[in-house]
Design a protein around this ligand. Sequence first.
Ligand SMILES: [Zn+2]
Length: 257
Amino acid sequence: MPDILNKLDYWSDRITDRLMRRLPGPRIRIPTSRPVVSFTFDDVPDTALTNGARILANHEVRGTFYIAGSLEGQVEPKRTLISREGCRALAQQGHEIGCHTFSHTKVSHMGNQRLGADLQQNKDYLDAVDPRDARRNFAYPYNAGSLWGRGVFQSRFQTCRAGGERINRGPVNPVFLSGVEIRQPESHAQGLTTWVDTLIAEPGWLIFFTHDIAPRPTDFGCTPETFERLVAYTLERGCTVLTVRDALDCFGAGRLS
Ligand SMILES: [Zn+2]
């Protein structure tokens, strides 16, 4: 994409991000009485299953995995994406399977008709590995929402997660939940325990998101050792670790408006 279009896209995402949090619309209330943490994975690389899910299960907690069907089994220079059998294994182990679009296209780049078709395609893909009547949870590719598509997301999903590096507290837009990224450099990933300290001081819902959990991670993941320490620290500090779906059930997060 030419540089000028990249810049326009960047600013369009920034403005959308701000408006999605501030425009009137549906809200759910996140209690500020106790610290809740969710560990989520986007795309999803196979090491999120072999290392990420394993580490969570070793601590007797579960995570949410936002899967884009078109990435199935894709081999990239520094990671391989999860297979259909891998998705099934995640579901069988009690992890939550969420949606991340089928095509992994930025949702603001799709008209509502194409968006609806894409989301239906991923619903069919995910339902084949993890049949489910209830609405799933969703994470935006590149953490970028769509002002024009927000009605589509409200009708199809329980919640949609973006980025934003903040903790969800009080009334929040369910189709634009905030997340905190676990990524490189490794020193940054190791320092994310300070987010847990902040959550303890002022409770709410902290949603971590990452990609691969590998000895040599991509820029968008971390090592198994760092992930293990973060999960252990979260539990040692007394946080409740839940999947996104279970956190919403725990909050009784009905719509406020
Ligand atoms: Zn993604």
